[in-house]
Design a protein around this ligand. Structure first.
Ligand code: PAF
Length: 283
């Protein structure tokens, strides 16, 4: 069956009725993969995971202005709708929800989601307001699409943690699934922003995953951070925003006595492109 493209709530309702998706018993379940488009192999792996979790998959494609700061790449963010639609069709997606900014945000809107203190640390410290914008659009997408399950990549680890927090704190009836980070064969984490990199910058950017893998070979926080930092310091052309070892649920520092899974996360600029990546390490 062809992908049904919906632009607003009415279109979504019609698509869901056509496909027999709904809350009534015997009706099909729906998994949502929220995206900003410019879909790559990483997004495709999210769609595949979504297909395992529900009868139908919806992909939303919306470049959310609310989550970009004034000096960030909102206007140059890649928009590749036709190619994205083909990728969704290839992956057996049933619905693509592609609203306009006007449909998503009324001129006189007043109410939005606050990401709280957790939204101001690590990534949030470098991108003020970013997680408020992410949570606001994700809550709106949840309300519009009303999925049973939503799938997010673990590459955006703090985003995933914040969404889990929102689901808990606001009692949202949705299961959140975190999908493993997809990487190129040489280790580079897949990202829509990789297409900004020149061949030389792409080579430089490999230091990020190399640093994380070097850290993941150690078991004590100081050593983990030291090994990762040494790789980054040995590479010119990288401007580091942060390298941290944190608790995956709270994004607070995993100190020397920390036990359990921790996230080693990095954010850096390579040329004018800002990249993030992380790995999970058992301590
Ligand atoms: O991860 C993304 O692509 C975006 O932050 C999301 C979750 C689609 C919200 O705009």
């Amino acid at each position: 069956m062809d992908v049904i493209v919906a632009g607003d709530r009415a279109g979504l309702l019609k698509a869901k009725r056509t496909l027999g998706i709904g809350a009534a018993s015997g009706e099909g379940t729906l998994a949502l993969v929220p995206t900003m488009g410019a879909l790559h192999k990483g997004h495709r792996s999210l769609m595949r995971l979504a297909r395992e979790r529900a009868d139908h998959v919806a992909v939303s494609i919306f470049v959310n202005p609310l989550q970009f700061g004034p000096n960030e790449d909102f206007s140059r963010y890649p928009r590749t709708f036709d190619v994205d639609l083909e990728a969704c069709a290839d992956e057996g997606v049933s619905i693509v929800f592609a609203p306009s900014a006007e449909d998503m945000y009324a001129q006189d809107r007043q109410v939005s989601v606050s990401a709280g203190k957790m939204g101001t640390v690590v990534e949030g410290a470098f991108r003020p307001g970013h997680f408020d914008g992410v949570l606001t659009v994700v809550l709106k997408l949840f309300n519009l699409v009303q999925p049973d399950v939503a799938v997010f990549g673990r590459k955006d680890a703090q985003q995933l943690a914040m969404i889990r927090r929102m689901v808990t704190d606001l009692n949202l009836p949705i299961s959140i699934v975190g999908a493993p980070t997809a990487r190129e064969a040489d280790g580079l984490a897949l990202s829509s922003r990789n297409r900004y990199l020149s061949p030389h910058e792409r080579h430089t950017a490999l230091a990020l995953s190399r640093a994380l893998f070097a850290g993941a070979e150690r078991r004590a926080p100081k050593e983990i951070l030291g090994a990762a930092r040494a790789v980054l310091e040995g590479e010119s052309g990288i401007s580091l925003d942060y390298l941290v070892l944190v608790d995956p649920a709270t994004f607070t520092e995993a100190g020397e006595d920390y036990e359990g899974e921790a996230i080693l996360a990095v954010a850096a600029r390579v040329g004018s492109t800002r990249l993030i990546d992380n790995v999970t390490i058992s301590l």
